[in-house]
Design a protein around this ligand. Structure first.
Ligand code: TXA
Ligand code: MG
Length: 318
């Protein structure tokens, strides 16, 4: 699909200073993703409470599938409004935040985070970054920021503004240049979801916890939201007993986007899968989602949702 209109021109690069952060905050509050350095790698940050803004992250990255994203917050107090921290999780946060550690905890219900940011999961990955640029942006926006690494899908993570530019020029409106990142590799990810700590991704912070089997590489996710009910793809009308998720001209019990808008469809995908699961019908059908770009990511997710359950799903790396 086309890049968003406001990013259709060349990407601007501004130094990390007051003007740069003010400009970045205006874009983020207007629903656009912007690239900003953290102490690990450059992130592509968007308002985590705005589903369309989160969908634009995937559009800019050209990512063929939806991974759950890390939600960045300014401090532990804010993190505790979004997720539920037990004693172990809180101790870990107090020892390493702000810093290159991400903690996966149960999500607080009604926390306002877009379902696309967490890929519809009941857990949420939270991080309090140490980098002053990301901290300044968090404070200027007053919103939690979802941010994967700021590279096109399949490319390596960027540690300089020039890497971001080479990968995403013309696809995002702004890069804040804060120089080379200090750590150069993505944050350590630890799950604290009630059954003891588990290491999901190795990184700069060494945590003494068992490596979670089957989730050793980021993106190897058995945990994506999968509907309970059988799902039929490319449906142009509902059969008996089916809840139809429509798109474009195919009207359904609900619609991913009546106008066929892919950003809107991505933003609504996990919400509608949940709604379909809770509907009285015993099966789910989904209209065809033609096109490339985000359409590929949506079809990828739906194909996984439609296929028989396996213990691990291999996702593309982020
Ligand atoms: O250092 C970093 O972590 C950088 C900077 C920008 O903060 N971000 C980053 O994001 O590396 P990303 O999207 O490239 O990797 C995030 C990974 C996902 O691939 C997924 O494996 C994991 O975080 N993740 C997110 N939410 C999760 C959840 N609820 N349960 C398990 N894993 C989760
Ligand atoms: Mg990545």
């Amino acid at each position: 699909m086309r890049p968003p209109d406001s990013a259709a021109n060349a990407t601007r690069v501004l130094p990390f200073d007051e003007t740069g952060i003010a400009c970045a905050a205006t874009l983020v509050l207007g629903g656009q993703p912007v690239a900003v350095p953290t102490e690990t790698v450059y992130g592509l940050a968007a308002d985590a409470t705005n589903p369309d803004a989160v969908a634009l992250i995937y559009a800019a990255k050209g990512r063929p599938s939806f991974n759950p994203l890390i939600v960045h917050v300014p401090d532990l107090t804010t993190a505790e409004t979004l997720g539920v921290f037990d004693a172990e999780a809180r101790a870990l946060a107090e020892a390493h935040w702000p810093g290159p550690l991400t903690i996966v905890v149960p999500a607080r219900t009604g926390n306002g985070i877009a379902a696309l940011a967490t890929a519809g999961l009941a857990t949420i990955a939270l991080r309090v970054p140490a980098h002053p640029a990301m901290q300044a942006l968090l404070k200027a926006c007053g919103r939690p920021l979802a941010a994967p690494s700021a590279n096109a899908s399949g490319r390596i993570s960027p540690t300089r503004a020039a890497h971001v530019l080479a990968s995403l020029n013309g696809r995002i409106a702004l890069i804040i240049d804060g120089g080379a990142t200090e750590r150069g590799i993505e944050s350590t990810i630890v799950a604290a979801t009630g059954d003891g700590l588990r290491l999901l991704r190795r990184g700069p912070i060494l945590v003494d916890a068992p490596l979670s089997s089957g989730v050793q590489a980021p993106g190897m996710l058995a945990s994506h939201y999968a509907p309970q009910k059988p799902l039929r793809l490319d449906a142009t009308e509902a059969r008996a007993g089916e809840y139809l998720i429509g798109f474009g001209e195919v009207a359904g019990d609900s619609s991913l986007s009546e106008t066929g808008n892919l950003v809107e469809a991505a933003a609504r995908l996990f919400d509608l899968l949940h709604a379909a699961d809770q509907a009285p019908q015993s099966r789910i059908a989904v209209a065809p989602i033609p096109g490339d770009g985000l359409a590929i990511a949506i079809r990828d997710r739906l194909t996984r949702a439609a296929s028989p359950r396996s213990s691990t799903e291999t996702d593309s790396s982020s």
